[in-house]
Design a protein around this ligand. Structure first.
Ligand SMILES: Cc1cc2nc3c(=O)[nH]c(=O)nc-3n(C[C@H](O)[C@H](O)[C@H](O)COP(=O)(O)O)c2cc1C
Length: 451
């Protein structure tokens, strides 16, 4: 009998607060150096594992300005922190954000394969293309790549990394101390890739893990981004404001996967949600209001708002005049968001001040309420085809514990989330198949032909 479909859970690891969260680092519960405090991260990883989350997720980017959020100004890079967390946990997946726009496939393949072996099959890669225009210059490139370049490079990059991961077949290393045979060279397959963005010849110097290959996640909402998700994504990170939007997005991505000849059930779609749990719905809304008041800093929001538009300086405009016509600005940056802001401002005749209030400051989340209310909403989104899982954003460890101790038991009693891990690998827990080594598959196919 097939197992009941289960909701998957990710915890977005927290430091000193993300975009628009100006007050987190000053919260008495949060260490002022949270983003570079390994103990703070270890505690979160352990809490998430005790609650049987599928994965912890490290968001990342490179370019900063003094106006960037405190967390962005001073934080760990994903491979290092996830390797440390791998040694402190046993079952939970470890997903790190790495850009395909500026990293070399060989090095990405090698570092992820190492993390996958260190964690015994729990690594995942969140593939992003870097929206911050200033990133290019950090890598000696004078101009940021446009979308077409970023996304064609992303697809070629991921496929090349996957080829490198298959360098060794699973039985490549007899390690026979009697005969002295360490490697079976017939099971060793250097890569020869001549493509538009990359030319690479040679083998990867590390073997596959218990889960075959790290799980590929993807985040990017544009037409290009969705196509990439349908093509290579096994997990999709996104933001969706309503159940209706989430359903449409999930259906769209599943259709794109079908068009790429893939099984859409092998895609786990996980929107990120802000969760605030209180004793009652009213108290939770009060808590959310307090959080938003702690974060309220219009001047900082105004400065950070420029990020989606290539860090354009919006302080130069009259706040109460109509939102400026900035057609084309941000086209190589976070275009999907910049376009959404522009069209909303145009359709509703918004001023710059109104736009900042709507897009530049945290907005009420649907997932705020008593444990019962939050559990009911999660169930509703899941059972109505909106999601396969959620990436949970929380304010502090205390808030996270309210979610794990009060909301999850309700979902567990309804058999929506697991009581224990099914597997010690990320693929196993997500219900994703282990990809067959392509070289093993080729040999098998060739033998079938000649039988
Ligand atoms: C849910 C979500 C999470 C993302 N996380 C990151 C991230 O951690 N680092 C990063 O550089 N970009 C991140 N991105 C940005 C994308 O990689 C992409 O460059 C950007 O969204 C612009 O592309 P788009 O218009 O296709 O969304 C994220 C995007 C989404 C939708």
């Amino acid at each position: 009998m097939s197992q009941k479909r289960q909701l998957h859970l990710g915890a977005v690891l927290r430091g000193a607060g993300g975009v628009g969260e100006h007050g987190v680092w000053r919260d008495a519960e949060v260490p002022v150096d949270a983003s570079i405090n390994i103990d703070y991260y270890i505690e979160q990883a352990r809490l998430a594992e005790e609650a049987k989350f599928d994965l912890i997720f490290v968001v990342d980017s490179h370019y900063i300005t003094p106006a960037s959020p405190p967390h962005y100004l001073n934080r760990f890079e994903p491979f290092t922190v996830l390797s440390a967390l791998a040694t402190q946990t046993k079952n939970i997946g470890l997903v790190g954000t790495i850009t395909t726009s500026f990293e070399e496939p060989f090095l990405v393949a090698r570092r992820f394969a190492s993390l996958d072996l260190i964690s015994r099959g729990r690594a995942g890669w969140n593939v992003v293309t870097s929206g911050d225009e200033g990133t290019a210059k950090l890598f000696g490139i004078s101009e940021h790549f446009d979308y077409e370049h970023r996304y064609t490079r992303a697809e070629e990059h991921v496929r090349l990394v996957q080829k490198l991961w298959d360098t060794y077949e699973d039985d490549a290393f007899p390690r026979n101390t009697t005969t002295g045979e360490f490697l079976n060279p017939e099971k060793f397959h250097p890569v020869n890739h001549q493509g538009r963005h990359f030319q690479l010849e040679g083998p990867l110097n590390i073997s596959r893990s218990q889960q075959g290959q790290p799980v590929i996640f993807q985040a990017g909402d544009s037409e290009f981004g969705r196509n990439l998700g349908g093509s290579i994504g096994e997990g999709i990170f996104t933001h969706q404001a309503t159940l209706q939007d989430a359903k449409a997005f999930r259906e769209d991505i599943r259709n794109r996967a079908l068009q790429h000849g893939r099984n859409p059930d092998h895609l786990i779609i996980m929107p990120g949600i802000d969760v605030v749990v209180g004793d009652t719905d009213a108290q939770a809304r009060e808590l959310e209001k307090e959080i938003h008041q702690q974060d309220a800093d219009f001047d900082k929001s105004l400065k950070q708002f420029g990020r989606s538009f290539g860090w354009h300086d919006f302080t130069q405009y009259d706040l109460d005049a109509p939102f400026p016509d900035l057609t084309g600005l941000g086209d190589n940056s976070f275009k999907t968001r910049a376009d959404a802001v522009r069209s909303r401002a145009r359709e509703h005749g918004l001023t710059l001040r109104q736009v900042i209030e709507e897009f530049g400051t945290p907005q009420p989340s649907p997932f705020v309420g008593s444990p019962e209310t939050v559990a009911n909403l999660i169930q509703e989104w899941f059972e109505n085809g909106g999601v396969d899982g959620f990436n949970i954003h929380y304010r502090t460890h205390r808030q996270f514990k309210r979610f794990t101790n009060e909301v999850l038991p309700i979902l567990r009693s309804r058999s929506i989330v697991r009581s224990d891990y099914e597997s010690s690998t990320l693929r196993g827990n997500l219900g994703l198949p282990v990809p067959e080594n392509q070289n093993t598959a080729n040999t098998r196919l060739a033998q079938q032909v000649f039988v």
